[in-house]
Design a binder for this molecule. Sequence first.
Ligand code: HEC
Length: 149
Amino acid sequence: MCAPIRSLTVMAVILALFSSGLSQAKQPTPEERAYKFRTSLFQTFAWKLGQLAQAKGRDDQSAFTQHAKDLVYLSTMTDEGFSIENSIPEGSKAKPEIWQDSDGFSDKAANLKALSEGLLESQAMADFDPRKFGSKACGSCHREYKVKD
Ligand code: HEC
């Protein structure tokens, strides 16, 4: 390696160390981590809903069943995203009612799990309508516990 490139490499290493030091200075708070976790989870729900619709479009029963199973499993993590009381960092659309009425909120999470389990029944793919499912399983919670976009 010639000298200028070597010194560039050294510079890059120093910069990387320096910037990792900087990012350590602003580590996310536990509330921000919880918010990130649940946001990723909800985006994964939305992805799975899309995959279910696509599997139905292809008449692919085994993919439909797999995505339904994934959604059942993922839905069990909903409460975990809200385990820190009143974690409403900047950008969050969570309503304080989530913690004021935590039983009601958990019921909505359980409702998503039950409806997702319903997708494993025979005939479920034929009857599946992503909009109706989304309204019953997702919107029913959003209407009460999520700030409107
Ligand atoms: C038990 C309640 C509940 C259920 C069930 C639920 N959500 Fe949500 N969802 C929320 C709350 C609360 C937020 C706002 C969280 C925040 O901003 O801190 C949210 C946020 C979202 C977001 C926005 C994420 C982002 O990028 O900011 C999407 C997308 C979403 N949900 C999709 C879904 C889908 C799809 C389903 C159904 C398969 C679903 N949700 C089921 C409560 C729920």
